[in-house]
Design a protein around this ligand. Sequence first.
Ligand SMILES: Nc1ncnc2c1ncn2[C@@H]1O[C@H](COP(=O)(O)OP(=O)(O)OP(=O)(O)O)[C@@H](O)[C@H]1O
Length: 357
Amino acid sequence: MIEVENLVKKYGGHTAVDHLSFHVEKGQIYGFLGPNGAGKSTTMNIMTGYLAATEGSVKINGYDILTNPEEAKRCIGYLPEFPPLYPEMTVHEYLKFVAELKKISKEERKKQIEEVMDMTMISDVSKRLIKNLSKGYKQRVGLAQAILGYPEVIILDEPTVGLDPKQIIEIRDLIRRLGENHTVILSSHILSEVSAVCDHIMIISKGKLVASDSPEGLQKLKTGTADLNITVLGNKEEIQLVLGNITGIKEIAYIENEDAVEISITTPSDVDISREAGTALAENELPVIAMSRQAETLEDIFLQLTSSEESKDAGRASDEEENDTEIDENDNKEQHEEIKVTAEAEEEGENEDDGNI
Ligand SMILES: Nc1ncnc2c1ncn2[C@@H]1O[C@H](COP(=O)(O)OP(=O)(O)OP(=O)(O)O)[C@@H](O)[C@H]1O
């Protein structure tokens, strides 16, 4: 359904997307996960035809986004990180305008606008000016415009960013429902977000794909170990003798302080020796003054896969600003022109301007 091959995007001297390849199959929810600056928005902007790639290709249902943009774009609904909303329009006017841009037939338009407003729960604000809506409602309007025309693929860039917990749950539910009839790709820098809704997770770091699997498959990347840290009053030799009788320890290290010893123990994640170790040390009059156990989580895997790249990213923004090119503006030109041509959206209904929602 979507084939991304060897995608590269360079901003001046900086490579934001670095030979990225992946395929997206029909009818699944995909999560594009990566820390800030990993290249998620850039990739989505290229996939949706907002931005030109430096190298590589994107095919949507067999249509190349560069050479067959109209056919390819018809298959996609896109909610960018900053949705192109028109603050002076009412919600209904805006959706009507988008429906026209998407060339939805006049007969279909009214029905579809009502359906998407219903799905995104914005019918009650249809006559409000967009500028007076809260962030959560604006996001829903952005989603509604992406769904209009019922494209096969819906691409959502950080759809829950800036929303409150209740709104996040509502948007997640909506994404799950969308996943029943559409292929959905969403980006996020929060692991819990993608694991909550996605069938498949692609982890991107510094423009490269570092993992691609189901949430269950990613669990298998765990090293399968747990760390137990114990601080004991006593001497190292005595402690070594006591702990030497306990089975299940993979690795053990001791740091001697003045009158205490800090012990770091690694065990398989399904082996918990904390009770046995605590009891044995106490029975041998070796008081335990601190103990903590930590099993590896999916977060740890995400951090391991991405953190080595992150420090290199620090401070890059300023260099990039200097090197920035005009490419983006030119890429967006086509869209702006398209909007200008059809910007005579008809007035409909009253512009109720009665406060924030
Ligand atoms: N127009 C631009 N000019 C120069 N550098 C850019 C431009 N747009 C993005 N970048 C850089 O490219 C890299 C990838 O940015 P991108 O916005 O795609 O990342 P992201 O994963 O979506 O991050 P975020 O979650 O913060 O939006 C970053 O280092 C960013 O600073």
